[in-house]
Write a protein that binds this ligand. Sequence first.
Ligand SMILES: [Zn+2]
Length: 440
Amino acid sequence: MLLHIGIDDTDSISGGCTTHIAALLVERLLSLGGRFVEYPHLLRLNPNVPWKTRGNGAICLRVEVDPGVEGLIRKAVLDLVESQSDFECENTNPGVVFHTGEIPDSMIDFSERVVGSVVNLEEALSLVDEHGGSAVGYKNMRGIIGALAAVGGLQRGDHTFECLAYRAPENWGRPRSLDADSVRRMDEATEGSTFNNVDPGSGRVLIAPHGPDPVFFGIRGETPEAVHRAAMLVEPGEPIERWVVFRSNQGTDAHLQRKVRLSELEPYRPVIVDGEVSGRPRTIRGGHVIFPLGDETGSVDCAAYEPTGGFRGVVRRLMSGDGVRVYGGVRELGGGRRTLNLEKLEVLRLAPDVRHVNPSCPGCGGGMESMGRGKGFRCRRCGFRDGQLRKLAVEEERSLELGLYVTPPKAQRHLTKPLARYGREKEYVPGELYEPWHWP
Ligand SMILES: [Zn+2]
């Protein structure tokens, strides 16, 4: 029988990691005679929901098993989730979903909505029931939503891979020892087949997290072979306990699929909006840059936050009247006010930058000054006066070009498609699984 196991929301700010539970489960399932029909899936969910833990990633394992061991497998899964989850954290609400057989369309649809919007628990529970699956939730059980989304997330469209390497438990919580130069060399050697290893602007290594979780580093790329090869090029300064290659919706813009008008903005939704810049961008305290965007249905403030670095320079060069397409998440501020947190910006149309300047003197060419509104100009040098002269409109060249601008890798969401991936989008073709699964 084909068994799908979805797990979500076991981690917290202070530790744990749902992908690590997946890595341990891979070994357990293999030892119980399971045969994987797919890479383990790492599905990133809507990054704009405020109740997420860290990366908002759910996992699904899809495995052919002997019906005789199904009970053992279910128990192994729940034992692992119960022993590895951080139950202390208020925001950690683990969920597990088991489903057997084909994935119905309604689950695929559900999964897409969890990635791109907000879905409630009741809907998840009734969907599991309807198709004869089972769900186990802990605490407020919200993890069932992500667990079911992972089960339904077949990722038949664009997708990427990540090789995640884990630390030995005795090192959890200690600083990670990783040779940064080897990461930069790996980045160069695998250019085009991996992405977001190093932030190009700051040179900062991006493959390793900084928290107390078991992840040592993760390398993202286009094929399982590429991410595995890249991981082997990194020189670790501490033992790697195990590693797993996941197939993922990371770096695909899977969340940015909904094009809406400004009157349709809803809290926490990732959206794409076409509109016109309706005022001058301003830099506020903390270095964030804000500009007002309007369309025929409403207006909203768009924000490029300080960590987006050089992206803010692009936003500052916008002018009233520019036509733009913005990509981002709706943030709810107090009092019903909202901002759109920018991930990407496409400049579609540049308004002319017209400055009105004083004319120069027709007699001597010197500078002129106004004699009052509508009263003409007087030459400062020779004294020539002309009551009919008016300011001249001069069009300045814009310092901004049409095109797509994306926040730098260091500021990107897991789901954001980086510039380097444009043109590399792919469909999923089921094929051979790349062995070995894990190390050693
Ligand atoms: Zn003059």
